[in-house]
Design a protein around this ligand. Structure first.
Ligand SMILES: [Zn+2]
Ligand SMILES: [Zn+2]
Length: 94
């Protein structure tokens, strides 16, 4: 009931085949729109949107604050803002 169909990619203009199998899959999922982009452009878009959504994730390091170790007096960095009256220790002394 489905036949292979050639579609021109919206992004790169390359022709790609929307196969009968894929059309069947789309129909099963209830998708009514045909794919607009070839597989490589779809992959590229997916990769881009994934990067955008997770920009707050592991990619960006936590802010580090300069501090002076209360034990050895060395300058160090801590992942929280040092407050007056609270001793801060460097990685070695902690
Ligand atoms: Zn393309
Ligand atoms: Zn120290």
């Amino acid at each position: 009931m489905f036949t292979d169909k050639t579609i021109t990619c919206k992004d790169c203009g390359a022709e790609f085949v929307f196969t009968a199998n894929e059309q069947e899959f789309f129909a099963e999922k209830g998708f009514t729109n045909e794919p607009q982009r070839c597989q490589s452009c779809r992959k590229a878009r997916k990769a881009n949107s994934r990067g955008g959504n997770n920009s707050r994730g592991n990619a960006s390091p936590r802010p580090m604050f300069d501090a002076i170790c209360a034990e050895c007096g060395k300058a160090c960095k801590v992942p929280f803002e040092p407050r007056d009256g609270r001793p801060v220790y460097c990685r070695d002394c902690f």
